[in-house]
Design a protein around this ligand. Structure first.
Ligand SMILES: NC(=O)c1ccc[n+]([C@@H]2O[C@H](COP(=O)([O-])OP(=O)(O)OC[C@H]3O[C@@H](n4cnc5c(N)ncnc54)[C@H](OP(=O)(O)O)[C@@H]3O)[C@@H](O)[C@H]2O)c1
Length: 288
């Protein structure tokens, strides 16, 4: 039995479907019982637990051979740093209390760094507190998600603008499809490395202009690419609806990228093959 949190989201959803498709038993962990119905129909056990509820989460992990955990961004947190560290602590507490022998952590490139990386430093904390429980840990350190374009849909659909938080829209960067992360999650849950490991996950490389072109093609409407200078980042994100403190965190994450701080520092590197056109095609279909 494998417990999958974030099962209504991108990576957890793929991981759970992949495991079920391979004939494995899955416990789908949802925070809202109503969202469990589809998973029960698909053959999964359903457990209801918030990631911040140590006792309920421990119950969801109990008896499982492995668990998948993630650290979702809580946009409502008054103090995002304290809230995301506390969420990590609750997850680690549940791991310790349940005795689950293997945990796959959805982490990020740059998670070896303790600071200067915005939200990625919360994943640094999560990896460390889960490892400190003594359980076997597989950390998947992914580069940017191809689905990151979802965050820009307000500007894309509203103003026909594709905003780029960089000086140039023409620098190729690695972008990973969450489909590939979910499949890797299923693989490592079924075959964990003996002492645990850190897996860097890369994907194909695209420029932001290529993302805009693919999105434009998928939507069937033109998009204007607008690069936003550093001093305008936080304001643009707040205008798009993000709380100011989260906008400041994301700006720090992008700053670290400009400084070239993100590198493959794990034990091995896997390269996802799903192309952006497929991911964005699926994204646009889901809008309909
Ligand atoms: N974006 C990137 O480029 C990038 C790169 C590297 C790593 N990451 C990591 O990937 C994470 C996102 O993964 P994803 O895209 O698979 O997730 P996602 O699609 O954003 O879905 C989030 C999932 O977490 C659940 N959730 C949220 N808050 C919860 C809570 N308090 N208790 C229980 N469940 C909760 C949601 O459930 P509901 O349906 O109930 O809302 C949903 O299933 C980020 O938070 C980050 O840590 C992102």
């Amino acid at each position: 039995m494998y417990a999958i949190t974030g099962v209504t989201g991108h990576v957890g959803g793929v991981a759970a479907r992949e495991l079920l498709g391979r004939g494995e038993a899955v416990r789908a962990v949802v925070r809202d019982a109503a969202k469990g119905a589809d998973w029960a129909a698909a053959g999964a056990q359903v457990a209801v637990a918030d990631l911040g509820d140590r006792a309920a989460l421990a119950e969801a992990f109990r008896g499982c051979a492995g668990a998948f955990v993630l650290l979702p961004t809580d946009l409502t947190a008054a103090d995002p740093d304290a809230a995301h560290r506390a969420l990590g602590d609750a997850i680690a507490g549940a791991v310790a209390d349940s005795g689950v022998p293997h945990v796959v952590v959805l982490s990020s490139i740059g998670a070896e760094l303790a600071e200067g990386t915005g939200p990625i430093r919360w994943l640094h904390h999560l990896e460390n507190v889960v490892r400190a429980t003594g359980t076997r840990v597989t950390a998947i350190r992914s580069w940017h998600f191809q689905e990151k374009a979802e965050m820009l849909l307000g500007a894309v659909l509203g103003q026909g603008v594709y905003p780029v938080f960089a000086d140039s829209a023409d620098v190729p960067v690695t972008m990973v499809a969450t489909r590939d992360i979910g499949v890797l999650t299923a693989d490592v849950l079924l075959s964990p490395a003996p002492g645990g490991e850190i897996v860097n996950l890369e994907g194909p490389r695209y420029t932001e202009r290529q993302v805009a072109e693919e999105l434009s093609a998928a939507l069937g409407r033109p998009l204007q690419v607008v690069t936003i200078p550093r001093e305008g980042w936080a304001g643009a994100m707040v205008d798009a609806g993000l709380p100011p403190r989260i906008a400041a965190e994301l700006a720090e994450l992008y700053d670290a990228e400009r400084l070239g701080l993100y590198r493959n520092e794990g034990d091995r590197t896997v390269t996802g093959r799903t192309e952006l056109a497929e991911t964005l095609g699926r994204l646009v279909t889901s809008l309909a």
